[in-house]
Design a protein around this ligand. Structure first.
Ligand SMILES: [Zn+2]
Length: 163
């Protein structure tokens, strides 16, 4: 996918009032990672940030191409890096901000890491619209399951990130 498409992808967010201003601050950071990842050619246009006590622990983007690893999605990479940095296998006191609705694998990782809250920007459908396969997006429609599992999930869906 080209950078211009990634930009359109992120700008497709519409205003949503359900997400707090602090959420936008961290979402913006996740979107910055999108641009960095695309620029470096590390992977697709996806970014994820792990936040603990209002501080960014790690800020990552997809490393699928760089690591030739189909599981190196931004969210999984962020969880791995955050756990390493915090020297713990649970992130129950952390929140995740993802540029796009996580795929099933990432939801699984988020679930296992016990991250307490997830805020994401674009819907998975937006990724399909700009050329990403729908097989991962299809399965990510099961977010209700994770919401039941005590994970607070919010869709930010806004252009208020200022990009
Ligand atoms: Zn994923």
């Amino acid at each position: 996918m080209e950078g211009a498409n990634a930009l359109t992808f992120m700008l497709s967010w519409v205003s949503h009032t359900d997400v707090q201003d602090r959420d936008y601050k961290f979402l913006r950071k996740a979107v910055e990672e999108v641009y960095e990842g695309v620029e470096c050619g590390d992977g697709g246009p996806f970014g994820a940030v792990v936040v603990q006590n209002d501080q960014v622990v790690v800020s990552c983007h997809s490393m699928v191409l760089k690591n030739t690893d189909p599981t190196a999605h931004a969210e999984v990479t962020a969880i791995r890096e955050a756990c390493k940095k915090l020297k713990q296998t649970e992130l129950s006191d952390c929140e995740m901000y993802a540029s796009c609705e996580p795929c099933p694998m990432c939801f699984g990782a988020i679930h296992l890491s016990r991250i307490k809250r997830l805020v994401y920007g674009a819907k998975a459908e937006a990724a399909i619209a700009v050329g990403f396969g729908d097989f991962s997006a299809d399965a990510s429609r099961g977010t209700g399951f994770y919401q039941k599992a005590q994970l607070d999930i919010k869709r930010a869906d806004s252009c208020r990130t200022g990009l």
